[in-house]
Write a protein that binds this ligand. Structure first.
Ligand code: FA5
Length: 345
């Protein structure tokens, strides 16, 4: 019986050692230590032994069981450690692999241009004002000294929605609205960026929908020289000291006197190209002293108050600043065009 036990122990220890995984090890455990296993069988046979031999054999059986159990536990820990190590090795992340590039959008060049102009005027104490794009005929024309049937309405071919409502053709209605809303009838200093709409044929410098930035200053003793000085500061800051500007006498029913400001063409350097239509100059804004009729219609006393206003086209300004040869690039949204402005972020 003793020999049989030694044999069983040696056999079990060998099988434990050979177990390749926890499942196989469990099979060995069941085979040797289970109720139907050979050791239990040996225990059952102990009844035949003498009273003297029985405790000795009992101790030996326990010793063998203990040894096998201990070996199984050790092997189990070893197999589990190996399984964890293998899992870790197979799931290792290679931190040296290059990451996937994240595509980041950029600001639209027109947005950037408008923000740059806004910042410039905010720095000079202006506030930003807004007005509706679907506008009343009254604010778009009448309050700006353009009564119904006035021939100057033809200068801005309009998209009408009803007889009295249209898509605004310029940002000047915000002038009239701001002056009218200003209860104190005191001084005003605003700029108003926004979309405008005209029935213009699209070409290199014209779009049927484009942006304007309106400026309005109202106060006591505001003079034409203030307007000129403001426009000069604006032009030099945006285009650089070396670009030339010129003011030409012009006509707007809501300003008197009126001017238009041109900038020398950057594309051709002043020799003439399709952007400047061969003139070497590009018109970027209209301006003038607020007409006394407009002051009066919006509740200001023209004897006490004067003001100046200007309206510029940021597309044309961006074209001149960045050397863009066609206004349609802003609206066709070709990423190859838009991406070039990322470097100016
Ligand atoms: C006006 O719209 C006046 N409201 C400007 C003004 C404001 C004058 C305040 C006096 C006082 P004009 O139609 O010239 O003016 O347009 C102003 C600017 O908008 C132009 O100088 C030009 O830069 C731009 N612009 C005009 N039409 C188009 C167009 N179809 N596409 C792109 N830009 C345009």
């Amino acid at each position: 019986m003793q020999e049989r036990l030694q044999e069983l122990q040696a056999e079990a220890l060998k099988k434990i050692e050979q177990s390749a995984n926890v499942k196989e090890l469990n099979e060995v455990r069941v085979a040797y230590l289970g109720k139907k296993g050979p050791i239990t069988e040996v225990l059952r046979g102990m009844g035949k032994l003498s009273a003297e031999e029985r405790p000795k054999m009992g101790a030996l059986v326990n010793e063998v069981r203990e040894k096998i159990s201990q070996k199984i536990e050790e092997k189990q820990a070893e197999l589990e450690d190996a399984a964890v190590a293998e899992k870790l090795a197979s799931e290792t992340i290679d931190v040296t692999l290059p990451g996937r590039p994240v595509k980041v959008g950029t600001h639209h060049p027109l947005t950037k241009m408008i923000e740059e102009i806004e910042d410039l005027f905010i720095g000079m104490g202006y506030q930003i004002a807004e007005g509706p794009e679907v506008e009343q005929d009254y604010y778009n024309f009448e309050a700006l000294n353009l009564p119904k049937g006035h021939p100057a309405r033809d200068m801005q071919d309009s998209f009408y929605i009803t007889e009295e409502i249209l898509l605004r053709t310029h940002t000047s209605p915000v002038q009239a609205r701001t002056m009218e809303e200003n209860q104190s009838k005191g001084s005003i200093r605003i700029i108003c960026p926004g979309k405008v709409y005209r029935r213009d044929n699209d070409d290199a410098t014209h779009s049927h929908q484009f942006m304007q930035i309106e400026g309005l200053v109202v106060g006591e003793n505001i003079r034409m020289s203030d307007l000129k000085g403001t426009l000069e500061v604006f032009a030099k800051k945006i285009f650089g000291e070396d670009r030339e500007i010129r003011l030409r006498p012009s006509f707007f029913p809501f300003t008197e006197p009126s001017v238009e400001m041109d900038i020398s063409c950057k594309i051709c350097g002043g020799t003439g190209c399709n952007v400047c239509k061969g003139t070497g100059w590009i018109e970027i804004l209209g301006a003038g002293m607020v007409h006394p009729n407009v002051l009066q219609m919006t509740g200001y006393d023209p004897k006490k108050y004067t003001g100046f206003a200007f309206g510029m086209g940021p597309e044309r300004i961006a074209m001149l600043k960045y050397g863009i040869d066609d206004i349609r690039h802003f609206y066709t949204n070709d990423v190859r065009f838009l991406k070039q402005f990322a470097k100016h972020e």
